[in-house]
Design a protein around this ligand. Structure first.
Ligand code: DOR
Ligand code: ZN
Ligand code: ZN
Length: 448
């Protein structure tokens, strides 16, 4: 018998540990995990000296499609995903139109089906919309919903009452509510203070967006989730106080998950001075103490998810921030660099490779209801695989990226460890520097 693909002689990162062996892939599925006796295969990938991981599930990306083609779209964004070892993207609802109606959901599904190189799933928007819309979007296959506690995207902003209402519905449906947790009134008033101060330098963004805005909003959401029994997922956690609140809730028996990104793990507020608007994100970069707490929580299990929060803007939009940081939008081009930077973190002993696979593959698959079809190297799972070369040096340069906007907050940063090959359901979408996947290869994923 001839199978489609064999990935031979690697070190496989499986739920039962790291084992030497080969993966046998046929019809898009993992059909064998073997030490010897390999079948013939149409494609053989030599993984000797390399690590073989389940593909990354990036559960927090903004591919801007439909809405802002000059910033990103499903083709360019998933080209970058493939090059960065991401085999499933979970797209956020702040597109135009926002993903708050069945029509918008189906429109995005059509676009992604035509353009995506990797598999994709969608988060529905949970702003001031009727409960019936939540149910409709859930029926259509949303893996979760997102509410903003700040008014930045008006269709997605939810009042306290609405948060409670949506959480009750989602508790019944068994889907998570994802939140952007910052206190609107605190952020608003600080913005006015910032204006009055006359400050426009990059660090002013951090000075006028305090940690307490995130801590309070996180605690409020945790209280609502406890009251309603909903699964709360706190996006892009950046501050020690919010992590403390999450840990306390978990210690009290509440099921709540937290997420952070390389933005906060690798940068502190000082990065604003050198990188200016390119490092501007919401919530903002924080202190060294916050950063140490995030690493500790990511390793101990308080924070269970790593996601990129890929949120592209154009170079022009970002450049405007040098003269006045408040003129630049928040968000960075990061989907392609998250895995290499984290493999480098593994090499620097900041996290183990097994834990990285948990937080960037298995756990996001669980949170989005895609496990065990996705998120592990298991017999019968989709053959979404990354072959990683832990010894490959890299230097990040915007011009090398596959995104539309060739800019990066990490310009010039060097490290070691990079994807060598990426497979989505057994088809090679990236190999040795070349993206080989085709638009339309990606398939819609709904919760199991
Ligand atoms: O920095 C951010 N950018 N934070 C968000 O919450 C939204 C995101 C975006 O979509 O631009
Ligand atoms: Zn957010
Ligand atoms: Zn985001």
């Amino acid at each position: 018998m001839t199978v489609d693909v064999v990935i031979r002689d690697g070190m496989l990162v499986t739920p039962s540990g790291i084992v030497e062996g080969s993966l046998v892939i046929d019809e898009g599925k993992i059909v064998g995990i073997v030490r010897s006796g390999l079948p013939k295969a149409d494609t053989v990938i030599d993984a000797s000296g390399k690590m073989v991981l389940p593909g990354m599930i990036d559960m927090h990306v903004h591919l801007r499609d439909p809405g802002f083609p000059e910033r990103e779209n499903f083709e360019s964004g998933t080209r970058a995903a493939a090059a960065g070892g991401v085999t499933t993207v979970v797209d956020m609802p702040n597109t135009v139109p926002a993903t708050v109606t069945l029509e918008a959901f189906q429109e995005k599904k059509g676009i992604a089906s035509r353009k995506s190189l990797v598999d994709f799933a969608f988060i529905g928007g949970a702003g001031e919309i009727p409960t019936e819309s939540i149910i409709e979007l859930a029926d259509a296959g949303a893996t979760g919903f997102k509410s903003f506690l700040i008014a930045r995207f008006k269709e997605l902003a939810a009042s306290d009452y609405t948060l409670l209402r949506h959480m009750r519905t989602l508790a019944d449906l068994g889907l998570p509510l994802l939140v952007h947790a910052e206190n609107q009134s605190i952020v608003d008033s600080y913005m006015k203070e910032a204006e009055a101060s006359g400050r426009t330098d990059p660090l002013a963004h951090c000075d006028y967006r305090p940690a307490i805005a995130e801590v309070e909003a996180t605690m409020r959401c945790l209280a609502f989730a406890r009251e309603t029994g909903a699964h709360l997922h706190v996006c892009h956690m950046s501050t020690a106080g919010a992590v403390d609140a999450l840990e306390l809730a978990q210690a009290g028996g509440q099921y709540a998950t937290g997420e952070t990104s390389t933005n906060y793990l690798l940068f502190t507020r000082e990065a604003m001075e050198e990188r200016g608007p390119y490092a501007k994100v919401d919530p903002p970069l924080r202190t060294r103490e916050d950063q140490l707490r995030l690493w500790e929580a990511l390793n101990s299990g308080v924070i269970e998810v790593l996601a990129s929060d890929h949120a592209p803007y154009t170079r022009e939009e970002k450049e405007a921030g040098w003269a006045n940081i408040f003129k630049a939008p928040s968000g960075g081009v990061v989907i392609e660099t998250t895995l290499p930077l984290m493999l480098d973190a593994v090499n620097r002993d900041l996290i183990s490779l097994e834990r990285l696979v948990e937080v960037f593959s298995s756990n996001p698959a669980q949170v989005n209801g895609l496990y065990p079809r996705k998120g592990d190297l298991l017999l019968g799972s989709d053959a979404d695989v990354v072959v990683a070369d832990m010894d490959k040096p890299f230097k990040i340069r915007g011009e090398d990226l596959h995104t539309i906007q060739k800019i990066t907050p990490y310009e010039g940063i060097k490290g070691t460890g990079a994807p060598y090959a990426t497979l989505v359901r057994g088809s090679v979408v990236y190999m040795d520097g070349q993206v080989t996947g085709k638009p339309g290869n990606g398939a819609f994923q709904r919760p199991l």
